[in-house]
Design a protein around this ligand. Sequence first.
Ligand SMILES: *[C@@H]1O[C@H](CO)[C@@H](O)[C@H](O)[C@H]1NC(C)=O
Ligand SMILES: [Zn+2]
Ligand SMILES: [Zn+2]
Length: 418
Amino acid sequence: MRVLKTVLLSLLTLAQFALGAEDYYKVLGLDRQASDKQIKSAYRQLSKKFHPDKNPNDPSAHDKFVLVSEAYEALSDAESRQIYDKYGHEGLKQRKQQGGGSHDPFDLFSRFFGGGGHYQPGQRRGHNVEVKVPISLRDFYNGRATEFQWNKQEICEKCDGTGAADRVVHTCPACNGRGVRTVRQQLAPGMVTQVQMQCDACGGRGKSIKHRCPACNGERVVRKATVVSLNIQRGMADGARVAYESEADASPDYVAGDLIVTVFEKEPGLEGEDNPDRVDGVFFRRRGDDLLWREVLSLREALMGDWTRNLTHLDGHIVHLGRKRGQVVQPGHVETVEGEGMPRWAEDGDSVYHKTEFGSLLVEYVVVLPDQMESGMEKELWQLFQKWRAKKGVDLHKDSGRPDKPVMQQQDEGHEEL
Ligand SMILES: *[C@@H]1O[C@H](CO)[C@@H](O)[C@H](O)[C@H]1NC(C)=O
Ligand SMILES: [Zn+2]
Ligand SMILES: [Zn+2]
């Protein structure tokens, strides 16, 4: 089913690309209500997927890459999107003739991911960035589409990464664009040497600007809080890593590295936000695919049976525990309730061919004895035990086979004198 769907989807995609004027929303896999954020996110994914450098054996990738950037440019600008929604491709054509600019698709790509818009071998790559995201056990159990924020370095949009207020970059007049200057130094009278120094006028870049961009202060990049969506799959491991290719800090000088997210289980808060439904399951402990729970029994319950407990699991369903009258539970006994543990993680989740399986819930019983009893009750119990002790009592000491008297070591005489 899944395979068929994928094949169908790619056939559809191919058909789309074969036509003359494709619907820009369809190109990005979105509907007409899509938000700006969705448009951006679709561009991020598809432009990487179809980048010609990554598809050297697929000549059609280039066309798809160009089409994706066209679609993004048309829909990411509010005015242009309005024109497209009303008048379609014709409307945009007219707007372009009136001077509405269009970007080179590789420039657009580099505005998102840095570098020169290419993934060429040997090109400098930025560092990977590691981010840790706390996730509640409840979300690991149920799965959840969530988001997190981090402070990402992005290419300045105001100056398109040039650092110049007018977006114009000149060759540095001090070093003629070489980035270094040759300086003569006198070591001693009559002894002169030539030293190469980084050009201080341009900081070694060989380029200079007239007026610094006010948004980035000429730095060409800015740091800002960036929201990333994160899909927690059911049963994902504590410590699982999710990689976002080329989504780390961007810079005009290199291609962005990868953003690597580690999800880890956070301690549940007692009330409120972490447990709005007040389920017991929030306080389960996870051990791989199993869940642990500690249940307290009174002496009477442990000894006589006839008790029930209803645990509310992480998705709200009830797990029944209990014993009939006469069923004893030993202190420290661990009961295995099969199928009530964590979902076992599977890449494709639920499907017709694959139903989610679950680990076990391990319930450890703790028996609490009363510190003191009412004297009447104490007397009755004492008499009861005395009666049955006489009739049928077991002497644990006798049965243990342990010696009655201390066993002395054979000691040598010297010691005895001491
Ligand atoms: C648990 O649920 C069962 C059946 O729904 C009910 O008979 C029992 O009394 C409940 N036990 C507790 C402790 O609430
Ligand atoms: Zn210079
Ligand atoms: Zn700037």
